[in-house]
Write a protein that binds this ligand. Structure first.
Ligand code: 13P
Length: 287
């Protein structure tokens, strides 16, 4: 059964480790992530962007697929199904479809509007037992065609949003989605510490988990980060393994590739990436 991400992140915060959010795009990704979480006895969050939700034909399909896998694969570790960077309307749809967690990304609204919309969604999520994440200070890089500027969050705005009753907060600290440029200045631990000072016990979320050096990840966790999002790294390892398989030319004597065999190396590559991250984040054995 899907669970809210609240309890697993509170435990992570107390235990000084982080739970990985791995984004899913299709059946193979979902299966690989769930298999790895179960093998390593790690809690896990499956992230779904609005674009990925649309690709999979809609949120109800995603909920059906994930619930089916939890049962058929006999998954025992805590799994949350979470909307990643949701719009207000997207959050409502996911709540309706059976997600167990949503992120409302109101970071592009003026703070008053972000507050108003977050307040409404918090109320609905509380009633239905879902967890809710909010964002302050837009995360840079590209996500579903939207390019953010990448900023450091204002700690006072973080406090204003945290006080609305959300379960965890994504605060921009110089992190960006996708690969980090060569001239990246690194995470702003000053901002992270200032945010933590204002929001107290609230578990913090680090987006853009791909390509952040291990020592920075560990320091962020020690300063209150309890959830780390990873997408691009899975994409890169999946694409690389699939390309190698095709280049090796193992097709069915000119009749094309067996689709299950074609996607198997990519699925194995995702498992390896997820394992590496779970070990780095310290969530192995914490289920
Ligand atoms: P990366 O694609 O950089 O790993 O970031 C993922 C993310 O933050 C999704 O919200």
């Amino acid at each position: 059964m899907l669970v809210s991400a609240r309890e697993m992140l509170e435990k992570a915060r107390d235990g000084k480790y982080a739970v990985g959010q791995f984004n899913i795009n299709n059946l193979e990704w979902t299966k690989s992530i769930l298999q790895t979480a179960e093998e390593l006895k790690s809690p896990v969050i499956l992230g779904v962007s609005e674009g990925a939700g649309k690709y999979m034909t809609g949120y109800k399909t995603v909920v059906g697929m994930v619930n089916g896998m939890l049962e058929e694969m006999k998954i025992t570790v805590p799994v949350a199904l979470h909307l990643d960077h949701g719009s207000y309307e997207g959050c409502l749809k996911c709540i309706e479809a059976g997600f167990s967690s949503v992120m409302f990304d109101g970071s592009h609204y003026p703070i008053e509007e972000n507050v108003a919309k977050t307040t409404e969604l918090v109320k609905i999520c509380k009633e239905k037992g879902l967890s809710i994440e909010a964002e302050v200070g837009s995360i840079g890089g590209e996500e579903d065609g939207v390019v953010g500027m990448g900023e450091c969050a204002d700690p006072n705005e973080c406090k204003a949003i945290a006080d609305l009753g959300i379960d965890f907060l994504a605060a921009g600290i110089g992190n960006i989605h996708g690969k980090y440029p060569a001239n990246w200045k690194g995470l702003s631990f000053e901002t992270l510490a200032a945010v933590k000072e204002k929001v107290g016990d609230m578990p913090l979320v680090l987006h853009g988990g791909t390509g952040i050096p291990a020592d920075m990840i560990k320091k962020a966790i020690s300063l209150g980060v309890a959830k780390i999002n990873v997408n691009t790294e899975c994409q890169l390892s999946f694409a690389d393994a699939t390309r190698k398989y095709i280049e090796a030319g193992k097709d069915l004597q000119g009749k094309g590739f067996d689709p299950r065999k074609l996607l198997a190396p990519g699925a194995e590559a995702i498992k390896a990436t997820v394992k590496e991250k779970m070990e780095l984040f310290g969530s192995v054995g914490k289920a």
